[in-house]
Write a protein that binds this ligand. Structure first.
Ligand code: NAD
Ligand code: TYD
Length: 354
């Protein structure tokens, strides 16, 4: 099969390709990515010269370029991950999210519709988030039936893209599947998200900023487990199906940061308190969802998927990876990102009168 992966230079996409390309020499993979700030070809260096892998630098907003990939490659499966993915950035600059997540997904769907021309043997697998469901209170779980209620520009644009994908199935009979997954962590995640940010700030002895009380809850899933779920659903699920994917590992942000401090301290030989002392409460995120938690029983019952990694084992692998890859860290920390986060620290400190 010919498989087009979008967003393959990002966090989940690069881990997915690292898993699939060596394991499936019978399939050809093309990675379509615009190489935005979170896209990094260094995340793919282990597979860059594999005979069944090719990279194509394209922005999904450029419909002509997207069309040309379909003409030249002719994919049988599209696995769509490309998106602007960080909630905080969506609060500061929502336009890029509408462009990549909504217009980009639309352009990709249109290319599929034209190229596949009504064929239902080709499949569009859409990778989405549980954030489309909004926030839970202290109890309950998101199921595939939970109504959409997004809070941030990020989750609203992901919700819009999910609706477009399902509309292409109902209206044009396109063979689509959708996964809505909880928070991922693992190697190669851009250090603006909670877990890599905290690991790197621990290593640099910088403040560990916790939004608000630190009592918001996320359900954490190791990225390889998500990648196995994506592949299973994309290749085995019935057309039109949606699956929620989750790690069964709910933690408050404060618990998560304490756990990171402990693992980093253990691996670097410092006292855990030297790191937990860096924890700094900062102003809360506007529209901050209180809790996400997933009921993943449908994917377990239908397809036999379950997470293989525990939070403890996954966190250890993650910290090991960041400790072993200083050149990757140095590369992603150059450029615009650093000034963005430094501006935020400055703004938060100003808000708190420091
Ligand atoms: P990421 O930000 O690390 O990577 C996104 C990639 O998409 C980058 O390589 C970027 O260059 C590329 N991209 C963005 N806009 C593009 C465009 N217009 N054209 C071409 N490429 C573009 O994100 P991630 O964490 O790997 O997330 C991947 C997907 O998984 C997203 O769709 C996200 O909504 C979804 N998801 C993420 C999580 C999570 O916890 N990270 C959880 C559930 C679902
Ligand atoms: P994040 O990794 O940005 O993922 P998402 O917003 O998609 O869930 O954030 C995870 C949680 O951690 C979220 O509740 C916000 C919180 N958070 C902090 O407390 N401090 C930080 O510096 C960051 C980046 C996030």
């Amino acid at each position: 099969m010919k498989i087009l992966v979008t967003g393959g230079a990002g966090f989940i996409g690069s881990n997915l390709l690292q898993l699939l390309v060596p394991a499936h020499s019978e399939h050809e993979f093309v990675n379509l990515d615009k190489l935005g700030y979170a896209g990094n070809l260094q995340s793919l260096k282990e597979i860059e010269s594999a005979p069944n892998y090719r990279f194509s630098q394209i922005d999904l907003v450029d419909s002509q370029a997207v069309s040309e990939v379909f003409e030249s490659f002719g994919p049988d499966i599209v696995i769509h991950l490309a998106a602007e993915s960080h909630v905080d950035r969506s609060i500061h600059g929502p336009r890029a999210f509408v462009e990549s997540n909504v217009v980009g997904t639309f352009n990709l769907l249109e290319a599929c519709r034209r190229h596949w021309n009504g064929s239902t043997s080709a499949r569009f697998h859409h990778v989405s988030t549980d954030e489309v469901y909004g926030s839970l209170g202290d109890d309950g779980l998101f199921t595939e039936e939970t109504p959409y209620d997004p809070s941030s520009p990020y989750s609203a644009t992901k919700a819009a893209s999910d609706h477009l994908v399902r509309a292409y199935s109902r209206t044009y009979g396109m063979n689509v599947t959708v996964t809505n997954c909880s928070n991922n962590y693992g190697p190669r995640q851009f250090p603006e998200k909670l877990i890599p940010l905290m690991i790197l700030n621990c290593l640099d002895r910088k403040p560990l900023p916790i939004y608000g009380e630190g009592l918001n809850v996320r359900d954490w899933l190791y990225v390889d487990d998500h990648c196995r779920a994506i592949w299973k659903v994309a290749t085995e699920a019935k057309a039109g199906e949606t699956y929620n994917i989750g790690g069964n590992s709910e933690r408050t942000n404060r618990q998560m940061v304490d756990a990171i401090c402990e693992v980093v301290a253990g691996k670097t030989g410092v006292a855990p308190t030297e790191l937990t002392d860096l924890i700094t409460r900062v102003a809360d995120r506007p529209g901050h969802d209180h809790r996400y938690a997933i009921d993943a029983s449908k994917v377990k019952n239908d397809l036999g998927w379950e997470p293989a990694e525990s939070l403890e084992s996954g966190l250890e692998k993650t910290v090991d990876w960041y400790l072993a890859n200083p050149e990757w860290i140095a590369a992603v920390r150059d450029g615009s990102y650093r000034s963005w986060i430094e501006q935020n620290y400055a703004a938060r400190e100003e808000q708190e009168g420091k």
